[in-house]
Ligand binder design. Sequence first.
Ligand SMILES: Cc1ncc(C[n+]2csc(CCOP(=O)(O)OP(=O)(O)O)c2C)c(N)n1
Ligand SMILES: [Mg+2]
Length: 331
Amino acid sequence: MFNCLKERIALKPEYSKELLAEMWKKLNLAREFETRVQWLFSMGLVHGTTHLGIGEEATAVGSILALKPQDYVFGTHRGHSQAIAKGIDIDRMMAEILAKETGVCKGKGGSMHIASPDINYFATSGILGASSVIANGAALTIKKRNERDRITAVFYGDGASNEGACFEALNLAALWKLPILFVCINNTYGMSTPIAKAMHDTDLSKRAYPFGIPSKTVDGNHVLEVYDAVSEAREYVLENGPMMVVENTYRISGHSKSDGNLYRSKEEINAWKEKCPIKAFRSYLAERRLFTEEELDAAVKEAAAVIDHAVEYGKASKNPSVDDVFDDVYA
Ligand SMILES: Cc1ncc(C[n+]2csc(CCOP(=O)(O)OP(=O)(O)O)c2C)c(N)n1
Ligand SMILES: [Mg+2]
């Protein structure tokens, strides 16, 4: 079923066993985390909303593992796997989603505003497209400080790419040659609207052309293809300024807390389940005998245990105190 992957990507020497193991671990942590959040949500334990990216994990893991720890990453509203790939404290991210005092934002941000500046991971806001502009500010800081081995990467969706703010950000980044990578996660829908109904030309990589920014499109369900593209893009950005990588994928989970999937067919969803990035990567690793089936299973079990721990930690943590309600609030 995944023969196409075998043909397209040869095992490169730079794919160390450690890197492949890290990818496998993080893909599973991301899937397990989101599956558990979905369950917690159905139990009424998650306040506010949450957006799951089940099926899109390879975009986060492939991209962020190709970056360096010092790079700034601005995630999306569907950002749990991006935060996990960046190395967030998973206990504290779960506590945040459960609105507890021990959460990464002390329980005040919730799923959509997960941020952890200590690992250079920044939240998005509820305003689509706005983080591209804010990320430009972080890239400008890098430039002004003359930091030679750091870039900013901003993730945004196909829907967000239609926002004026995204075009403004591309323009300014090009004009000032900012060290920023625009990572467009094209899951072909903005809520219930398919891209063909929202844009004249669905080739999102062309959005970079008017600004003289190079762009590349990759199979976002293929973690190694994503990794290669972002590794190369990082080098380009360090030397020359902005670049765009478009990662084509599919959101198997619903858009948000309630989604009757009335805008898409079961057949379409099932076809994409077959192209699941985690299944595909498992086949890749197993067929090449890079890991035994037992080793792969052990990592899946380990991911489940990490998430079990996070749920227990979150549930056992205290609710925030009303006395602190105005602390850390800037607007
Ligand atoms: C400026 C703005 N317009 C509309 C919304 C409502 N909204 C939230 S998510 C979403 C869809 C975003 O689609 P996309 O950028 O493709 O990301 P995806 O949800 O597919 O991951 C919309 C329209 C918003 N948050 N901000
Ligand atoms: Mg989308």
